[in-house]
Design a protein around this ligand. Structure first.
Ligand code: NAD
Length: 363
């Protein structure tokens, strides 16, 4: 029987990379009945809503979605459609594997780590106070009443909530992920030396949870700035990183850079029995409709999706086909060529064709 899954093309470069990923998944032979759902520019045109209820309902019904990136136009009421999807569906864990593939020109080799980012709170909670507004002045006055430090009256304020329950949920997820994926170590990333009651709480919970797994998984912690330095010196030292939301976002891009850039960085947003698979990159509007960008990140996100639904063999074959095309370096997009203006670079759909051909040759 076919799987019924939600397909969200998104906007910008979304539709072209999603189409490439869809074709690659179909070429594995796995039968999928795709339910098309709109979000972003197309949804705005059809429903006057960037994130229609129909789309959220489709994901809730099918439990799994493959999603393209979405631009968030300024002044539409959404801070980010992508963040709204994660929050509405309580997709609390963002999983981003960071893996070296042969053929990609980067000074770093043999990286194989995974970033597990808390997706629901921290500075992404969207609790902000604009400089000069009455509520902001009120908040400043209240804060000055509650503690001795002064706050400049012309400040804007963003709130960073980090809870024990959400921290526990993400750290437990990270340890369970490590066990299931035969990983050896979990590193908790924080800035607890400065933010004692938020990052400090995150670390306290991580230490607590780690004791349950002490006989099977090594636990360590590292301060986020130190991690940034260590990642560019010895990325091979890391295995499974668990981070609060903002650090997770920043370190994901840094890690994507280590393995060749946003064109190859895949991801998944996972909740209780529900998951949305999407690349780390955004909608890169300047490349939209040009058949130019790298579809690998989106196709690797589809590989994660195949693994999630239990189609390990198909996932492995597709990943192998991708890695062979990357290793040959012939039918790859501009970003993977030694020079960005290399005339031998192929387009998005041609790279997908090469992956599909390779998949067929694997039998
Ligand atoms: P971006 O990731 O869209 O693009 C930054 C640059 O990275 C591009 O200019 C391009 O040089 C490179 N790049 C990105 N994807 C690539 C690919 N597949 N192949 C080759 N090169 C690639 O980031 P941005 O410019 O900060 O954001 C653009 C829009 O995307 C914004 O509206 C932002 O809100 C949105 N966004 C969406 C998501 C998401 O849907 N999850 C994530 C990040 C940003």
């Amino acid at each position: 029987m076919a799987y019924k899954l939600t397909l969200i093309p998104g906007d910008g470069i979304g539709p072209e990379v999603v189409q490439a990923a869809k074709r690659c998944v179909e070429a594995t032979g796995i039968k999928i009945d795709w339910e098309l759902a709109l979000a972003g520019a197309d949804a705005w045109e059809k429903y006057g809503d960037l994130l229609p209820k129909e789309t959220l309902d489709s994901i809730k019904r099918n439990k799994i979605a493959l999603k393209g990136p979405i631009i968030t136009p300024v002044g539409t009421g959404f801070r980010s459609v992508n963040v709204a999807i994660r929050q509405s569906l309580d997709l609390f864990a963002c999983v981003r594997p960071v893996k070296s593939y042969a053929g990609i020109n980067t000074p770093f080799k043999d990286i194989d780590l995974v970033i597990i980012r808390e997706n629901s709170e921290d500075l992404y909670a969207g609790i902000e106070f604009k400089e000069g507004e009455a509520t902001t002045n009120q908040l400043i006055a209240t804060l000055e009443n509650l503690q001795p430090k002064k706050i400049k009256p012309d400040s804007g304020i963003s709130i960073k909530p980090i809870s024990r329950s959400a921290s526990r949920r993400i750290v437990e997820f990270a340890f369970e992920y490590a066990l299931k994926n035969r990983r050896k170590k979990v590193t908790c990333v924080h800035k607890a030396n400065i933010m004692k009651f938020t990052d400090g709480l995150f670390l306290e919970v991580a230490r607590e949870v780690s004791t349950k797994y002490a006989d099977r998984i090594i636990f360590e912690d590292v301060i986020v700035d130190n991690l940034a330095m260590q990642l560019v010196k010895q990325p091979q030292n890391f295995d499974c990183l668990v981070l609060p939301n903002l650090y997770g976002d920043i370190i994901s891009d840094l890690a994507a850079g280590l393995i060749g850039g946003l064109g190859v960085a895949a991801g998944a947003n996972i909740g209780e029995g529900i998951a949305v698979f999407e690349a780390v990159h955004g909608a890169a509007p300047k490349y939209a409709g040009k058949n130019k960008v790298n579809p690998t990140a989106m196709i690797l996100s589809a590989v994660l999706m195949l693994r999630y639904i239990g189609e390990e063999k198909a996932a492995e074959r597709l990943e192998r086909a991708i890695s062979l095309v990357l290793a040959e370096g012939k039918f790859v997009t501009y970003d993977l060529k030694p020079h960005r203006d290399d005339p031998t670079a192929v387009g998005t759909s041609q790279m997908a064709d090469a992956i599909i051909d390779k998949l067929k040759s694997l039998g």
